[in-house]
Design a protein around this ligand. Structure first.
Ligand SMILES: Cc1ncc(COP(=O)(O)O)c(C=O)c1O
Length: 363
């Protein structure tokens, strides 16, 4: 395993060869101590510490310092857009983008997403209108979007759920034909692509997330990426209280700035991106070889999106398939999935590990 991220992944390889040997069914737990799903990747710790020392030496802690500027340049180059504005988190990035785009009234969002997509609207008096998803892709179904448009609709916020790209072409066509703003919540989709084009340059803008649980993280952090010069100029003002000059505000602003230490973490994390993606691909291959092979053929037919289009979705597909397999074995799905994960010592919640069952066996 590559040196940089070995630390983040130094868990024993699970050795189950058949479903019958799952800890849930009496086998040995896969991991000797709780393995957290979403455990942060740290990258090269020494480089990060050197950057933090430099930040402290320079006494430039926030307000668009060298590290934030460097991080913004790296992200803009990576996704191939003209502008990247780093923020303190993706929720604030969504709120600022929604306001800068002039969304009002009703905005269509997927019924399956993280709560922040909807809160960013409701927080500013805009009604999130929940639209059905395509059950194969978990993403907004464009046909249903068309049916939900009313005279109050001003925009659409599609989400590339688990990094699997939305039907960007259909959504772009609908937004343009109906005169709606199109803002992508791309919190899961850094480095993913749609028909060979990297996520980041679609719609009027896209919002990225660098929360600690994301594969590239800045501890807390987000970014708005866009090719629209005027939109970028306004967003830059809005995320810094609206200040255009020392004592003058030209926009109703908020404090949405990323700190220098967060940017240092983001830069360090980005340097490990290739290796992290390689590990994710390796994990995907392991899941496919060891798990898909042994589950019901109906489930095997489930649509799976291969990398590099999406680097998270395939694993989720297999988790879903496993859930259904357990259901076939007459366990209530959610309870069975949670029990199977806990017995294998996999903590599926980001917070505290679940109480460990003695011997990893179920009573
Ligand atoms: C789809 C989606 N949108 C928005 C967010 C909010 O991100 P943040 O925690 O950086 O505010 C998340 C967080 O995971 C997310 O999954």
């Amino acid at each position: 395993m590559p040196k940089l991220i070995a630390e983040a992944y130094d868990t024993p390889e699970p050795a189950h060869a058949t479903l019958g040997r799952l800890a849930l069914l009496g086998g040995e737990p896969a991991f000797s101590e709780a393995l957290h799903v979403g455990r942060p990747n740290i990258g090269d710790r020494e480089k990060f510490e050197a950057r933090v020392r430099d930040i402290l030496d320079q006494r430039w802690l926030t307000n668009s310092g060298r590290y934030v500027q460097g991080f913004e340049r790296r992200i803009a180059k990576l996704v191939g857009v003209r502008h990247c504005i780093a923020t303190c988190n993706a929720t604030t990035a969504l709120e600022i983008s929604v306001r800068a785009l002039g969304m009002t009234g009703e905005v269509i969002v997927p019924s399956f997403t993280f709560v922040a997509t909807a809160h960013a609207l409701q927080w500013q008096g805009i009604t999130p209108v929940f639209c059905d998803i395509n059950p194969q892709t978990y993403n907004l179904d464009p046909r249903q979007v068309e049916e939900m448009i009313t005279e109050r609709t001003t925009g659409i916020i599609p989400v590339h759920v688990f990094g699997r790209p939305c039907d960007v072409e259909a959504l772009t066509r609908i937004a343009s034909e109906r005169g709606l703003k199109l803002l992508f919540d791309s919190a899961h989709a850094l480095g993913c692509s749609y028909r060979g084009r990297l996520i980041g340059g679609f719609g009027q803008a896209e919002v990225l997330c660098f929360h600690a649980t994301k594969f590239i993280n800045s501890m807390e952090g987000g970014a708005i990426v866009t090719n629209d010069d005027e939109l970028a100029r306004r967003i830059r003002l809005m995320k810094n209280f609206g200040f255009s000059q020392y004592d003058r505000t030209d926009e109703l602003g908020i404090n949405g700035k990323m700190t220098e230490v967060c940017a240092a973490m983001g830069l360090t994390s980005l340097e490990a991106m290739e290796e992290i993606v390689a590990i994710n691909h390796r994990n995907w291959d392991t899941y496919r070889e060891n798990l898909l092979a042994m589950i019901d053929s109906k489930i095997k037919g489930q649509k799976v999106v291969e990398a590099p289009e999406a680097h998270i979705a395939p694993v989720i597909d297999i988790m879903e398939a496993l859930k259904r397999t357990l259901e076939i074995k007459k366990k209530p799905v959610q309870a069975a999935f949670e029990a199977a994960s806990a017995d294998e010592a996999v903590a599926t919640e980001a917070e505290a590990p679940k109480k460990k069952r003695a011997g990893g066996k179920r009573g």
